[in-house]
Design a protein around this ligand. Sequence first.
Ligand SMILES: Nc1ncnc2c1ncn2[C@@H]1O[C@H](COP(=O)(O)OP(=O)(O)OP(=O)(O)O)[C@@H](O)[C@H]1O
Ligand SMILES: [Mg+2]
Length: 329
Amino acid sequence: MLIMNDLLSIQNFSLAIHYENRILPILHEINLHIETGERVGLVGESGSGKSSLAKAILRLHEFNYSLLTEGGIFYKGENLLGMDAHGINSIRGNEISIVFQDPLSSMNPMFKVRKQIAEVLIHHKGVSHSDADDLIYDTFRELHLTPPERFMNAYPFQLSGGQCQRVMIAMALITVPKLLIADEITSSLDAIISEEILELLDSYSRKQGTSVLMISHNLHTVRKFVDRIGILYAGQLVECLNCYYLPERAWHPYTRALFYCADAKRDEKGRFKSIDGYPPKPEMNIKGCPFYSRCEYHTDICREEMPSSETETGDWVKCHHADQIRNEQ
Ligand SMILES: Nc1ncnc2c1ncn2[C@@H]1O[C@H](COP(=O)(O)OP(=O)(O)OP(=O)(O)O)[C@@H](O)[C@H]1O
Ligand SMILES: [Mg+2]
């Protein structure tokens, strides 16, 4: 189902890894749509499949195992999964850019920052070396990498974590992509630097009109930045909702537990509150709701049947007890 304004439309997408004679299901029937200019968050615990989905969009999975996919990931109506190498290369970094958590590992330590970004511009936009330099200079100024010459002439290892991540954001946005995927881009940085980087990303991408898919395990970080949030649990999207209505109209017990933990005070040892229990491992063949064993509302049907949502556009939730939870409010 392609909605008129969809820039990216992930439809019934499932992903499994074929690994040492085993098949590990990682993502199950994901439906997620991003409109032009829209900001969407993807939130879930570690191992829920966030990066797997991000990598699947640009087909960036490592090649030491084979992948089984079902469904489609449509960019402007064209299925990215069916594109040949030339097709997907013309999308990567040009139409859709991605920034990962660890900026240093995405850069080549042997080359100065200027050369690495210039190559992106020359490759994707065919600009001359001197035009590339001018563009890098202006982008660095916008992203508070000043004086720009200092950062352009630096090697990646000469930059701090926050500076390095700003360079990566510059590299991702300098081609003016239609969609930016930001996968845990601030989780290795301290709170003040994270906030500053997210604000810069926010204003710069808004100015460019870039849509954003912001991925994080931190609901509060994402919530400040996006219009809509998808909650991923054990490879399944369990709820999608407009941030404006958060947290009052979050109906899935997992989303509610995430809020509760994020808002709760730390314990006497200074630890954050977490949800009791663990999510199911990919190799466990779960028939019903994946949150069943950790859910205070669970009944027999939750173990037996995966709940469906009435609609997968607008706000929706997949929980057998969503009506009960709504009525309790
Ligand atoms: N190369 C791989 N081989 C085997 N299993 C993998 C591989 N890559 C991912 N997985 C499994 O896929 C699941 C999802 O992993 P993924 O990295 O997408 O989660 P994530 O939500 O991004 O987690 P995190 O918050 O820690 O980054 C996990 O169970 C993980 O163990
Ligand atoms: Mg990840």
